[in-house]
Design a protein around this ligand. Structure first.
Ligand code: NAD
Length: 422
């Protein structure tokens, strides 16, 4: 993962996350006490720490680790390196992780962390030192039984390896289950790299059937051609879908009869972007959202579908790979238009699900084949999709509200069952 842009509206992500929570809590008629507990993160750690740069000077950095709720098990969530990272953004992402883990029935609460840094401005050695120092600072709150980080925007398996090594050096022995998304050589899981894409495709197969459509006859537009987007394009193409458009931060490319994702990927590798791909027309990211297609997959940034763009969405299904790509206002517009929006906490849960499998494998020192990983992932995604659909049909609500309500109810039940200490 290398890039994500921040919201294009002024409303901060944590306010949005709380508004979505309130809606679920209203639906569940959640008592005020429980509502108060779940509306805010349980723990927040802010750290300011120095890093020696290659030129011998020292620079201060700020990082965070936020744990939203620990009632259902240890917390889980990525680490993001971004120059405009804020504590509120980390809080929102931590809360969403709680719901993502609950909707898929993973025995975790949600967490998120990050450092305010633009990694492109620093050398690999500097990023390694920053990572190791940040890992030391947050070692107060992370651990295989407490909180297990993973890669997120601008972090990757190598960064996870440095975190794992740093914590292992503190302990004096190797602690593989401290992070997930590790390289295979040190206890990573088969299938983890493509898990977000694969999970979304498993969900989409169910969603398309539910909508009475045939996947092989669908036309798909994908915003974002990174780890998630490019893999989704390749997998859907292999299943016979027509990929009519893809895009990255520079812009997009469109062909009504379909693009070959492998060829687009090669073009991107050679030129740094999908734009200028010769077998298609250039389009903007805004146009991509409004294209005549059956399935729209936002796989880039938060809030890319806002209330101005939503009325122009022509897809019948929107499957969210990105976290928070649809604003609450846009969500309502899409619901009123009859668009099936498969929400991020469900459609984008493949990554954390295989992270869970990696953690389990690490704890047991018993590793699965890729086929076993994918089969278990398919089981989790299918089950989760149908539970959310059932909830939506029962209450005549959107899949987002249903997924949120299902997840909030599971976390609230755990909190209520355990009781309030002391
Ligand atoms: P990535 O960095 O590999 O890819 C992001 C893509 O989005 C790149 O192609 C980039 O060029 C493009 N992009 C950036 N700004 C854009 C813009 N303004 N318009 C259009 N495209 C733009 O990241 P990724 O791992 O593919 O993640 C994509 C999204 O999915 C993120 O929101 C991430 O949080 C979410 N997600 C990822 C995972 C995972 O395991 N990788 C899991 C769950 C959710």
């Amino acid at each position: 993962m290398v890039f994500e842009t921040l919201p294009d509206t002024t409303e901060n992500l944590f306010t949005i996350a709380q508004r979505q929570f309130d809606r679920a809590a209203d639906l569940l008629d959640l008592p005020a006490g429980l509502r108060g507990i779940l509306r805010v993160p349980q723990r927040e750690l802010s750290v300011n720490f120095p890093v020696k740069l290659d030129d011998g000077t020292t620079r201060m950095f700020t990082g965070y680790r936020v744990q939203h709720n620990l009632s259902r098990g240890p917390t889980k969530g990525g680490i993001r390196y971004h120059p405009s990272l804020t504590l509120d953004e980390v809080r929102a992402l931590a809360m969403w992780m709680s719901w993502k883990c609950a909707v898929t029935h993973l025995p975790y609460g949600g967490a998120k962390g990050g450092v305010i840094v633009d990694p492109k401005q620093f050398s690999q050695h500097e990023i390694e030192r920053l990572t190791r120092r940040y890992a030391s600072e947050i070692s107060l709150v992370i651990g295989p039984d407490r909180d297990i980080p993973a890669p997120d925007v601008n972090t990757n398996p190598q960064i996870m390896a440095w975190i794992m090594d740093t914590i292992s050096m503190h302990q004096g022995y190797t602690v593989p289950a401290i992070v997930t998304g590790k390289p295979l050589t040190i206890g990573g899981s088969e299938g983890r790299h493509e898990a977000t894409a694969r999970g979304l495709v498993y969900i989409l197969i169910e969603a398309v059937a539910h909508a009475g459509m045939n996947l092989a006859q669908t036309r798909v537009a994908i915003q974002g051609f990174g780890n998630a987007g490019a893999s989704i394009a390749r997998m859907l193409h292999a299943l016979g879908a027509t990929i009519v458009a893809v895009s990255d931060s520079q812009g997009g490319v469109y062909h009504p009869r379909g693009l070959d994702p492998a060829a687009v990927a090669l073009h991107k590798e050679a030129t740094g972007s999908v734009v200028d791909y010769p077998e298609g027309d250039q389009i903007s990211n805004a146009t991509l959202i409004e294209l005549d297609c059956d399935i729209l997959i936002p796989a880039a940034l938060a809030q890319s579908i806002n209330s101005a763009r939503a009325p122009h969405v022509r897809a019948r299904i929107v499957a969210e790979a990105a976290n928070g790509p649809t604003t609450p206002e846009a969500d309502e517009i899409l619901f009123d238009q009859g668009v099936m929006v498969v929400p991020d906490i469900l459609a984008g849960a493949g990554g954390v699900t295989v992270s869970y499998f990696e953690w389990v494998q690490g704890l047991q020192s018993f590793f699965w084949s890729e086929r076993e990983v994918n089969a278990q992932l398919e089981r989790v995604m299918q089950r989760s999709f149908h539970q959310v659909v059932q909830m939506a049909q029962q209450h005549q609500i959107s899949l987002r509200t249903a997924a949120g309500a299902l997840a909030v109810r599971r976390v609230a039940d755990a909190v209520a069952t355990r009781g309030i200490y002391p």
